[in-house]
Design a protein around this ligand. Structure first.
Ligand code: C2E
Ligand code: CA
Ligand code: CA
Length: 537
């Protein structure tokens, strides 16, 4: 279950780590859109204000020509008009005509030919009017700002409709931009850049901006393909993506480490088994009558290269669910055979209990593995005990009987682990052919100071006696418990009172110390050492 959570957590972490990479693109799009749109608007307003400046200069000039008071077309008037053209920056011509277009005079002393391109448009709040014209043969668009007064006289000032050459107007706009100047009635003054592509756009995203030239009836509009604007942010895009990948990759690693540390094993249990990192620890089983060592239970530990030691509670369930418990048991049995080889020659006959799980009863592989591993070993099959727990019932498997029969045929024995905690009953144990019952520590724990009798425990002991099985009490932590059990005829016990699960070397030393007299008897050559027994014996 834990492993499944680990996987889900990992998957979520991976998705979460990937999302920001996509989000960078999206967020950068929004950022570029906002920023470039503002930039385009500012540039458009700059163009509009330059157009406005030219037109305002023309308006100013008209005011000046009138305010100085000379009568229209007098030599002084013409001279003043000529000076305005010379000294000013905007106006190119001054013309006096009647409302029918009959020319009276101009600043440059020649008849002026021009062609209107638009209607005359009013300028809000002013008497002057404005229209677009072309002058002479050139197609240069000019603004004609005119004022009608007196006896139907019309004074006009001409200024270029575009403030500067097209090239410099479009300068500063990004590649692919277009800038368009129009009168507010729609008459085109000029367009610069790639206006044709803009007009033919279909579905292409454009940034757009527009501005009026002050209170004049002139509009400047500009547009830029969004892709062009975005292209300028390539480096930023790469940098952001890399940065996000890096930070979220780090985050993923942290999540991974978290999962590995807390939920563990989804990832490298298989590798750990192959590398031999799953090590057997040996918890001594003591004969309560003699205080001698009777054998041990093999309990695995994951010894990581980092030095961390992981308890089986954190990975056994995963190992069992995934079936990795099968190669794990094989690896443990190989190590047990090696670890106990020398000790077994010194103290022969010590029992070794190995934990199995229901997966071992799905086929006969375990019987073959036990046979192959222990045939060449100093450990005899009759020293081996295989523990099964009722947590996951094995009687449902068709091979259960043949596996148990196979192990029995080799001479191994079978123990029912954690007896009393599941739904064990006489019939179940009899059908399975259990030789030993291991009483779970929850029952041993019921033996407390002042407690004379523990009926459940006594019932379990009696039941195993009736079944003719041996009994091993688990989790014996106090002398009181050992004494109680011995008084009820329980012969074998394991628990912290005697020793916790020990590393191979420590277990061999423990065995040598506890069963010293047996070693002495065997070697015969040496002086007999004083017999050492364990506390509760
Ligand atoms: P288990 O088979 O019931 O093993 C007994 C557990 O009780 C062990 O926990 C042992 O260290 C602990 N223990 C021993 N004496 C005492 C004591 O006096 N007091 C207390 N409180 N606990 C004591 P461990 O080593 O953590 O193993 C836990 C479980 O993991 C085992 O329960 C067993 O079901 C499983 N396991 C361990 N090694 C293997 C293995 O190699 N294969 C399989 N299939 N399961 C294993
Ligand atoms: Ca066990
Ligand atoms: Ca147990």
């Amino acid at each position: 279950m834990r492993a499944r959570y680990s996987n889900v957590l990992l998957l979520v972490a991976a998705i979460l780590a990937f999302l920001p990479v996509m989000a960078v693109d999206f967020l950068l799009d929004i950022y570029v859109w906002g920023r470039e749109r503002t930039d385009l608007q500012q540039r458009t307003e700059t163009v509009a204000s330059r157009v406005q400046a030219t037109a305002y200069e023309a308006l100013g000039d008209i005011r000046q020509l009138i305010s100085n008071g000379p009568s229209l077309c007098s030599p002084a008037f013409v001279e003043q008009a000529r000076l305005l053209i010379e000294q000013g920056t905007a106006i190119r011509q001054v013309l006096v005509e009647n409302i029918n277009g009959v020319q009276f005079c101009d600043a440059l002393g020649r008849t002026m030919s021009f062609r209107p391109l638009s209607e005359e448009l009013a300028i809000p709040g002013r008497s002057e009017k404005l229209r677009l014209v072309t002058v002479g043969a050139s197609n240069l668009p000019m603004l004609q700002v005119s004022l009608v007064f007196g006896a139907g006289r019309k004074l006009s000032v001409f200024a270029p409709a575009k403030p500067e050459a097209a090239q410099s107007t479009i300068q500063g706009f990004a590649t692919g931009s277009m800038v368009r100047l129009q009168l507010t009635d729609g008459t085109l003054i000029s367009e610069m850049g790639d206006a044709a592509t803009y007009d033919a756009r279909s579905g292409t995203e454009y940034l757009e901006a527009s501005a009026l030239a002050g209170d004049l009836p002139i509009r400047v509009s500009a547009a830029l393909p969004f892709a062009n604007a975005r292209a300028g942010y390539g480096v930023l895009d790469t940098a952001f993506t890399l940065l996000t990948c890096l930070s979220f990759g780090t985050w993923l690693l942290v999540a991974l480490r978290f999962v590995r540390r807390n939920e563990l094993p989804a990832f490298d249990l298989e590798r750990a088994i192959a590398l031999g990192e799953i090590r057997p620890y040996y918890q001594p089983v003591i004969d309560l009558r003699t205080g001698q060592l009777a054998g041990c239970e093999v309990l695995c530990r994951w010894e990581k290269r980092s030095g961390e030691i992981v308890q089986p509670g954190l990975f056994i369930e995963y190992a069992e669910t995934t079936g990795l418990a099968i190669p794990m048991t094989v690896s443990l049995m190989h190590q047990v055979s090696q670890d106990l080889d020398e000790l077994n020659r010194l103290v022969p006959g010590l029992k070794v209990s190995i934990n199995l799980f229901e997966g071992h009863f799905r086929d006969n592989r375990i019987v073959e593995d036990v046979h192959n591993i222990f045939s060449p070993s100093a450990l005899k099959f009759r020293q081996l005990v295989f523990e099964i727990t009722e947590r996951s019932p094995i009687d449902k498997h068709p091979h259960t009987k043949s596996v148990i029969a196979g192990l029995h045929a080799l001479g191994c024995r079978l123990a029912m682990d954690d007896a009393g905690t599941g739904h064990s009953n006489l019939a179940y144990m009899q059908t399975l052919g259990v030789d030993i019952i291991k009483i779970d520590r929850v029952f041993v724990d019921m033996i407390k100071t002042g407690v004379q009798q523990v009926p459940v425990l006594d019932g379990l002991i009696n039941m195993s006696r009736e079944l003719g099985t041996d009994v091993i009490a688990e989790g014996v932590e106090t002398e009181e418990q050992a004494v109680y059990l011995r008084a009820r005829g329980v012969v074998m016990a394991q628990g912290y009172l005697f020793a916790p699960p020990l590393k191979a070397k420590a277990y061999c030393n423990f065995a040598r110390a506890v069963n010293a007299h047996m070693i002495d008897q065997k070697s015969e050559a040496e002086e007999p050492a004083p017999q050492q027994t364990v506390t509760a014996a």
